[in-house]
Design a protein around this ligand. Sequence first.
Ligand code: ADP
Length: 328
Amino acid sequence: MKPNIKNIAVLTSGGDAPGMNAGIRAVIRTGIFHGRNMFGVQQGYRGLIENNIIPMNARSVSNILHMGGTILKTARCLEFKTDEGMETAYRNLQANDIDALVVIGGDGTFTGAKRFSEKFDVKVIGIPGTIDNDLYGSDFTLGYDTAINTVIEAIDKIRDTADSHDRLFFIEVMGRDSGCIALRSGIASGAEAILLPEKFTSVEDLISKLECGASTKKSSSIVIVAEGHKHGGAYEIAKQVEERFDHYDTKVTILGHLQRGGSPSSFDRILGSRLGFAAVNALLNGETRQMVGLRGNEVKLTSLDEALNTHTFKLEDDLLEMASVLSI
Ligand code: ADP
């Protein structure tokens, strides 16, 4: 039986990601198209607790597709993890007569949505929005493609100076538990080595790879280090390599938060639009506690339970092998 959903709210939570605005726009406009009243919650779950909930119309989301970040703002809200925080949030939803929520964020956001929905029977659908691409059930998450493009633009620039000075550069990219950004940006920028949290590479192996390049007269080397690599960050690895490998002048660059910003790529704008559209349609079809995701270029639903509890190795073996072969 289809639920009688009249009023739907959307929020963004956790780390911001380019493409979230495309998702917000699609949620608001799809709901309005179907005659629903639409609301935006500011600053994620904090806005639910503080009743920062605003009515939105089709014009509230004009001219935002190209903008990075999130017009609704985001926050990390510890209070939402408590029973009292959730109860206050629920009372505010009731006061605004809101029946359903679309949440855009990562695994923390989905954990909160799932708990909230189980406790109060609020209908929820999640849209995966995180540059880390670390959620099961979607081949890609919002923001990931843009982040890789940002990283390779930076690496291209670093390559110019690395080449001119015969330098060995260690570039640290985001990815505490996931090497997705490191692997793809490493392939796209021709990095000599890629150090990932999921795959142990010893300093000895790294050195022999670099020595091999030096023996065939490579004039520069770029090593991408995902921040979660077991040996520590780029500074630590650079220090260990420097102690044993003095052919190069060694430099370190931490790309940091610039990876989160910028105008979303066409891929992320289209992904946000598809997933926002699908999220509202799923709610109106009676779905709840599901994540909308892209699998094999089709939008598919995965239960929040499965998305949160399935831990698969997302790095493709063929890409790992190829990256190693092409960087000789
Ligand atoms: P992300 O969604 O990017 O993984 P966080 O892990 O910071 O980001 O989670 C975002 C927000 O989700 C948190 O600030 C908190 O409000 C909420 N959240 C995370 N874990 C829980 C939980 N176990 N119960 C309730 N809310 C949670």
